[in-house]
Design a protein around this ligand. Structure first.
Ligand code: SF4
Length: 674
């Protein structure tokens, strides 16, 4: 396979670029956006406030990602919410002749979907300008050959038709990122690397105290690809290179696009390197037929979405890759959500894992370095087994003290997400090390809620250093002997004297059950401070974040109390409980939870992403419907058009019973409304 690449022609792009097209400002004011789409070029001033926090869900909403070819160019920004309106419609960006797209802070937050920059590229966008860009989105742009900058002075130069030196976009970048930009994308860069045209210098960092994240990267560093030498003595933030991965996984939302890139560029006969370390999942869309609106079905979108499953299954079969598929019986559902299964059955302390999904850090709960990458990085890793990396700085989050009984890891995360450092984007692209005695007290399941939501923090990844709880987890969940489990965890701790860019300290005793108001998981506040009452129509208890065994214990704890009092789910509430894997379902069956859930009026669902990705029972249908949900993010449109509030598993169950957003009070056995 590599011989094909060694003989392939590859060149750098010209060292000056000119952008032929208009500039599109994504503003808060929907009328300004509409005027630009109608052909008027905006004289931009600071008064025309740019949209901040544009998520990839807004650039390409979930249904748009059923397409995985150039049709995506019809859709960029169709989910962009400007005040209460969606001013961009299908085809309008492509037809507007735009080459540059401008927005404010934290562009590209949320899902790692590469469909977003790919849709932009297919619509003609060649340059993205923003105050700052989220890590995965920015890398995806680079991997696809879209230029990015935070320098707003470029706008006038573009408009004057100036040729701009390519160096403008590589300034300050490390050697590899510069190479990826110069070669017009990751695949071309990797070809140049294999041909020896692009070389990667070893970091040369002398031994130094390292954080656990840095240590894992140093152990996996590709030192000499030709000789297969892996590992360097030390790394420090800013070092660039490639690291060998232990596991690479993708799901049906991404695999088809990656497979097409792979087959187009490598040829139909090419084989994935080391397929035993590649995993695929059918998890996102198994319930879609129940959630898609009749209008969308009429447009043919259901048929297009079902193609994703077929394309992934065919590719996995041809390549000999293990696929966790959908249920074969008449029931809808999946064997497991990817993150749930990776943690339950595959991740080991000290590994490097990449996944085609922003919540890949979930597996960091057992002390591995797991991070999300885009489609291009995944398909490149099928060839090279490695992934490019710039060593991030590490942020330490210390949570100490004893938490109240009705406070969970979810509340810790909603508290962290409203911290000014995180809200201002300070944690973007960083390693997040969660520690402190309150974290040490958490189970691995609860730690996974924290590492999972590192995606919302904007971090590169999050992890908890392995300890005795990790050992017990590996014995119980994996059937390892104590000696094997301890050997896996050996030496996996940050060094005394390791450097942290920031330390955030949280007193667990002061954390209260939290509520994130609709729009962003960073909109958190204690439930007791939220203006209420907030009447709910839907309660959703599931997803990778909240479909684990311990989450089920929490739902059951609240509901058992209720059942004992003869209470049931409020008559106007639809309450769905959805587990993350068949293992979790068996756990529920063994403990009699399924009967309990039925008894109080909840609907139990087989594993799948479902409502979390606007594709299953539990989605809202109208803008005024209110949902309380245990999922990880509530960006506009994430789970239907309604108002999506986030809370912890106790809160979701208590709210379903009360019919209002409600913090669970374990002493009273009932609760107080917001
Ligand atoms: S459950 Fe939600 S957050 Fe988790 S992988 Fe699925 S879509 Fe992503």
């Amino acid at each position: 396979m590599l011989d094909v690449l060694r003989s392939r022609a590859v060149h750098k792009r010209p060292d000056r670029v000119r952008f032929q097209g208009r500039v599109l400002f994504l503003t808060e004011d929907p009328d300004l956006v509409r005027r630009q789409l109608a052909g008027h070029d905006l004289e931009w001033t600071a008064a025309a406030k740019l949209r901040d926090d544009i998520s990839t869900d807004e650039i390409t909403p979930a249904y748009v990602c059923y397409y995985y070819d150039e049709t995506l160019g019809e859709f960029p920004y169709v989910g962009l919410k400007c005040r209460h309106e969606f001013p961009i419609s299908r085809g309008s960006v492509r037809h507007g002749g735009f080459a540059v797209s401008v927005s404010g802070k934290r562009r590209g937050k949320g899902s790692s979907r590469e469909q977003s920059p790919y849709a932009e590229r297919c619509a003609g966008i060649r340059l993205v300008i923003a105050e700052n860009l989220e890590r995965i989105y920015r890398e995806n742009c680079q991997n696809l050959g879209i230029l990015t900058t935070t320098d707003f002075s470029i706008i006038e130069r573009v408009r004057r038709g100036e040729e701009i030196p390519l160096a403008t976009f590589t300034r300050g970048e490390g050697e590899i990122t510069r190479g990826v930009i110069e070669y017009g994308g990751l695949f071309n860069y990797n070809v140049a690397r294999l041909q020896g045209k692009a070389t990667v210098a070893l970091p040369g960092t002398p031994p130094r105290p390292m954080t656990l994240g840095e240590k894992i990267l140093a152990r996996h560093w590709v030192a000499d690809p030709a000789a297969g030498a892996i590992g360097v003595p030390a790394v420090r933030p800013g070092d660039e290179g490639f690291v060998l991965t232990d596991i690479r996984f993708s799901h049906e939302y991404v695999t088809p696009m990656a497979a097409i890139f792979f087959e187009q560029l490598m040829g139909p006969e090419a084989r994935v390197a080391d397929p035993d370390t590649v995993l695929m999942f059918r998890d996102h869309l198994t319930f879609l037929p129940e959630a898609m609106t009749p209008e969308r079905v009429k447009e043919g979108l259901l048929d297009i979405a079902l193609e994703l499953e077929k394309k992934q299954r065919t590719f996995a079969e041809r390549q000999g890759i293990k696929l966790y598929g959908e249920l074969r019986s008449r029931r809808r559902g999946a064997e497991a959500i990817c993150h749930s299964k990776i943690l339950e059955a595959h991740a080991e302390p000290g590994q490097v894992i990449i996944g085609s999904d922003s919540h890949t850090p979930h597996a960091g709960a057992v002390g591995c370095l797991a991070f999300g990458v885009g489609t291009t990085a995944i398909f490149n890793s099928w060839i090279t087994k490695d992934v490019r990396i710039t060593v991030p700085e590490t942020v330490k989050v210390v949570i100490h003290g004893a938490k109240p009984d009705n406070v969970t890891a979810k509340d810790f995360m909603l508290e962290i997400l409203r911290h000014p450092y995180v809200k201002s984007g300070g944690a973007i692209g960083k390693l997040i090390e969660y520690c402190g005695d309150a974290v040490a007290m958490l189970s691995v399941d609860e730690r996974a809620t924290m590492t999972n939501m590192t995606a919302e923090v904007g971090g590169f990844t999050g992890y908890v250093a392995p300890d005795q709880r990790t050992v017990e987890y590996l014995i119980e969940a994996r059937g390892l002997s104590r000696m094997q489990a301890e050997a896996l965890c050996e030496g996996l701790a940050s060094d005394p004297g390791a450097a942290y860019s920031t330390v955030i300290e949280i007193d667990a005793a002061r954390v209260r059950p939290m509520l994130a108001l609709p729009g962003d998981p960073g909109n958190g506040m204690p439930i007791e401070d939220a203006a209420g009452p907030i009447r709910v129509d839907i309660a959703y208890a599931g997803s990778c974040t909240a479909g684990k065994k311990e989450d089920m214990d929490m739902y059951a704890r609240v509901l058992r109390d209720a059942a004992a009092r003869g209470a049931r789910v409020a008559p106007w509430v639809r309450f769905y409980i959805q587990c993350g894997s068949q293992d979790v379902k068996r756990y529920c069956e063994d403990r009699g939870y399924l009967e309990l859930f039925r008894e109080v009026g909840a609907t139990f669902l087989e594993p799948s992403c479902g409502a979390c990705i606007n594709a299953g029972p539990g989605v809202s249908k109208t803008p005024d419907e209110v949902t309380i949900s245990a999922i990880n993010r509530n960006f506009p449109g994430r789970s239907g058009p309604g108002q999506l509030y986030l809370g912890n598993p106790y809160t979701v169950a208590a709210s379903a019973l009360a019919g209002y957003v409600t913090a669970w009070d374990p002493d009273a056995g009932r609760a107080t409304h917001a």
